[in-house]
Design a protein around this ligand. Structure first.
Ligand SMILES: Nc1nc2c(ncn2[C@@H]2O[C@H](COP(=O)(O)OP(=O)(O)O)[C@@H](O)[C@H]2O)c(=O)[nH]1
Ligand SMILES: [Mg+2]
Length: 206
């Protein structure tokens, strides 16, 4: 029996293999309220088949998860989304999507270990679900950018107004995105990378 050929058939797909030129791996957490598009973003941008744990919304979520505005959503992520994207030949980002609901906060403990930064995804129909998430990131000193996911039915506000509503300092980037679009989601991650770079430079200078 020819084992070699069967091994090849079962081996990783070429896109699953980390480019040999990669020299830096960065952990990024995608966080936000229920139904803001975390799984969609990780899925659209990941070059490996994203790993997602979705489970039909359980009794625990009834009356707790605010489904107003997301009536069509019947499942909610109870664990993590995981994906990977190569920003360039050297830099690889590992993406961890995690739910923002308070009852999942126990997941945050380990998840933010070693994370360089975060993306807070928001839906303008339910900005209030982002308040706790942003507060917790600030507490932990995790740098983050805010990405406003564009749902067609969601009202659009000027960035300044959103900044005020989310009580964010002028330094925190706010970007608009469509989580279903690969380029748009990639732009969000690029915004985070530029922000982290600017922070690092400021620290060196300061
Ligand atoms: N119109 C629109 N729908 C979106 C967008 N992002 C996500 N969705 C939809 O919104 C729902 C919730 O998204 P999901 O990624 O599961 O949210 P999560 O709970 O944050 O992981 C899904 O039905 C998505 O198809 C977007 O940018 N625009
Ligand atoms: Mg999800």
């Amino acid at each position: 029996m020819d084992f070699r050929s069967s091994e090849q058939a079962l081996g990783p797909r070429s896109e699953d293999v980390l480019p040999t030129t990669a020299t830096a791996a960065v952990k990024v957490v995608i966080v936000g309220g229920f139904g803001v598009g975390k799984t969609t973003l990780v899925g659209s941008v990941s070059e490996i088949r994203p790993l997602t744990t979705e489970e039909t919304m359980t009794q625990a979520g009834v009356g707790v998860d605010d489904t107003a505005g997301v009536e069509r959503k019947t499942s909610t992520t109870v664990a993590m989304d995981f994906g990977r994207i190569s920003i360039n030949e050297e830099l690889v980002l590992y993406l961890f999507g995690t739910p923002g609901q308070q009852r999942f906060w126990f997941l945050w403990r380990g998840l933010f270990e070693g994370a360089l930064g975060a993306v807070v995804l928001v839906d303008t129909r339910r900005l209030e679900v982002s308040f706790d998430v942003i507060g917790r990131l600030e507490e932990r000193g995790v740098p983050f950018v805010v990405a406003v996911n564009s749902f067609p039915e969601a009202p659009s506000y000027p960035v300044d107004e959103l900044r005020g509503a989310l009580d964010l300092p002028a330094s925190v980037p706010i970007v608009l995105c469509d989580a279903r679009s690969r380029t748009s989601s990639r732009d969000v991650l690029m915004a985070l990378m530029h922000y982290l770079q600017a922070l690092a430079t400021a620290q060196e200078v300061g």
